[in-house]
Design a protein around this ligand. Sequence first.
Ligand SMILES: [Zn+2]
Ligand SMILES: [Zn+2]
Length: 274
Amino acid sequence: MNKYICKTCGVQYESSIDVPEQCLICTEGRQYVSSFGQSWTTLDNMQQSKEFINEILLEANGLYSIATKPNFAIGQTAYLIQTVGFNVLWDCIAYLDKQTIEYIDKLGGIQAVALSHPHYYSTQVEWAEAFDVPIYIHEDDKEWVMRPSDKIIFWSGDSLELHKGIVLHRLGGHFRGGAVLEWKDGNNQQGILLTGDVIRVVADRQWVSFMYSYPNFIPLPASKVQEISSLVKGLKFDRLYDAFHRIIKEDANESVQKSAKRYIEALSGTLFTT
Ligand SMILES: [Zn+2]
Ligand SMILES: [Zn+2]
């Protein structure tokens, strides 16, 4: 029996004798199957290959990024928020080893894991079991959990306070249960928003975008983008981190507002003169 990991999206499946027939995350319209075909690995194989390490970097006071080098699958960055007595792992990456666990233990361990959306579920259950903590996933994305576990808590409604000043908000859009994390005390009390790819920072770091599918370039409707920007407007943050280590360092809420306005103008045709 093995718990197979899809090499394209990094999501781990529940135990099986044979490899799964297909990856349900990758065969869905927001992702893709590699042009080389579907392939699988396991966490044991990844560890034994000694091909990977996790790089943990201090990003800001109490905020660490965690990314696998060289890149694996989607190549996202997870974040560890470190507060007194309560650390949160925001989003997840597939690779986990003893060195990573020891390093994070020195930072105070992990008390909760919270996910933005299914593309980053990766080996979330391995992480939750290693640190013996719950995983918070919005109930609207329940169908995308490929490795069920009693560690998973499906939350409902529009927001959930995980700990004082650390709040999950469901924005939807990219996925129905797509969530962001507002850390009100981060960045010297000015606030940090961690967005996964529910909101993505684009090449011009003063702007963001909102897509139904990023790899397949499928936009969201104007009404949804308007709804997301209205919800974000009420949140307390000056800095924003997405899942690809892109950062808006200041005035990030204004960036989201003006980006939503531009996006809606682009969809309606008023942004262009030709
Ligand atoms: Zn996959
Ligand atoms: Zn995604």
